[in-house]
Write a protein that binds this ligand. Structure first.
Ligand code: S3P
Length: 442
């Protein structure tokens, strides 16, 4: 292809690619990088983290934990982090407002953790994060006994927290959100008695695996998670972070829909609470194989080989949604070349991600000449779309939208080009995305 070029400081141009070839090592998993820093801050002793994701969201977690008195060494080039944990009671009252930036994970995890401490803290974030729903964490944390409040009648950040004296409680999660689940499990470490979570607890399980490996008193039954608080000391846990399947998803889709593609993605985390994107692509007819499967730090990892395929329409809804919620912008691109009407349902959470992803996909795909029919909890696309048009598209500062649009650009007819406005936001989860794109697209 015409390699991506950045004509202005905020826009990048993508042209059609003749072939996609090569190997990519996607950066470390975002969800695990956050957990490795935040959880080890309350561990006993020193934890070494390798293949840490140096994306902006995870840097927000490091900055906040440092403000809470934790010594953290970060080597950006080596992608290593050393966390000097101070134990379960070791956090200190911050002398200034904590800033989670664009990171919902940082804000929601810290709201639960800080509810365990009897000092005051305030957490804010950027404009996008200050408009995302926080009632889901404020309401249950109050029931546990935390003094937490938020703007607009306890629905939005900034959040003001004075914790301590948490009591046992039982709560059915009303949304399948790993951020909410983690928030309450972290608070549960400090509660007097059991924190019992039921309802929609099936979402990515990294927190359960991680806290259990640290020695937390966490028990899983058929339909509940129980934290037997208050916890005793947690062990520091060294972590080798696997590659992020949410980042690999862009290449899985690009290679599946491109007529001449063969890509190998090295050392990708394939925890089955995250692999919905592979299940759906395979159901659509994708040619994806696992090679060199192994376990790294308790998480399954594999090399993924993906080649061009003819795709049929995908039908995405129900219990698979939490297993692929971040990959829906990429899957929307797969729908462009799949035969038939692809549909996404039961995904109203997309409305409250970094941007309203349903509205944004409809609007920006519309600029490429694609008609997207929307509903409150999803959308549908009739494929295959012929004659995609080059255009200027907007990312809304949403990393996953910027990367999904870029992949769509590879499918343009020869001579057409796509310009992505505000492309730097890809750094939130995938620093180096544009370089990888230039390298594999010929
Ligand atoms: C995350 C959980 C998901 C996901 C986010 C990271 C996590 O959010 O979208 O990118 O690290 O636990 P929800 O739990 O709100 O669905």
């Amino acid at each position: 292809m015409s390699a991506p070029t950045a004509p202005s400081s905020t826009r990048i141009t993508i042209g059609s690619a003749r072939r996609l070839r090569g190997e990519i090592t996607v950066p470390g998993d975002k969800a695990l990088s956050h957990r490795a820093v935040i959880f080890n801050s309350i561990g006993e002793g020193v934890a070494h983290i390798t293949n840490f994701l140096p994306g902006e969201d995870c840097l927000s977690s490091i900055a906040c934990m440092r403000q809470l008195g934790i010594q953290i060494e970060f080597d950006e080039e080596a992608r290593t982090v050393v966390v000097h944990g101070k134990g379960l009671r070791g956090l200190e009252e911050p002398s200034d407002i904590l800033n989670a930036g664009n990171s919902g994970t940082t804000m929601r995890f810290l709201s639960g953790l800080l509810s365990g401490f009897p000092f005051q803290s305030v957490i804010t974030g950027d404009g996008s994060l200050r408009s995302r729903p926080m009632k889901r964490v404020i309401e249950p944390l109050k029931l546990m006994g935390s003094n937490i409040s938020g703007r607009k009648n306890d629905t939005l950040a900034p959040l003001v927290i004075r914790g301590g004296n948490l009591k046992s409680f039982r709560y059915d999660l009303p949304v399948a959100s790993a951020q909410l689940k983690t928030c309450l499990l972290l608070a549960g470490l400090y509660a007097e008695g059991d924190t019992v979570l039921g309802g929609l607890i099936e979402s990515r399980d990294h927190t359960e695996r991680f806290l259990t490996a640290m020695g937390a008193p966490l028990e899983k039954t058929a339909d509940t998670l129980v934290m037997h608080g208050p916890a005793r000391d947690l062990k520091a846990l060294d972590v080798e972070v696997p590659g992020d399947i949410s980042s690999a998803a862009f290449w899985l889709v690009a290679a599946s829909v491109h007529p001449d593609a063969d890509l190998t993605l090295r050392k990708v985390g394939v925890n089955e609470t995250r692999t919905g994107v592979i299940d759906v692509l395979r159901q659509m007819g994708a040619d994806i194989t696992f090679e060199n499967e192994t376990l790294v730090g308790g998480e399954p990892v594999a090399d993924l080989r993906v080649k061009s395929a003819r795709l049929q329409a995908g039908h995405i809804g129900g219990s698979i949604i939490p297993r692929l919620v971040d990959e829906i912008p990429a899957l929307a691109v797969a729908a462009l070349l799949a035969e038939g009407t692809s549909e996404v349902r039961d995904a109203s959470e997309l409305r409250v991600k970094e941007t309203d992803r349903i509205a944004a996909i409809a609007k920006e795909f519309g600029r490429l000449g694609v008609e997207v029919a929307t509903r409150s909890d999803g959308f549908s696309i009739n494929g295959p779309v012929s004659g995609l048009k080059g255009s200027l598209v907007e990312s809304y500062g949403d990393h996953r939208l910027a990367m999904a649009l870029a992949i769509a650009g590879l499918l343009l007819p020869a001579g057409e080009a796509l310009e992505v406005e505000d492309f730097h936001c890809a750094d939130v989860s995938y620093p180096g995305f544009w370089d990888d794109l230039a390298r594999i697209a010929e």
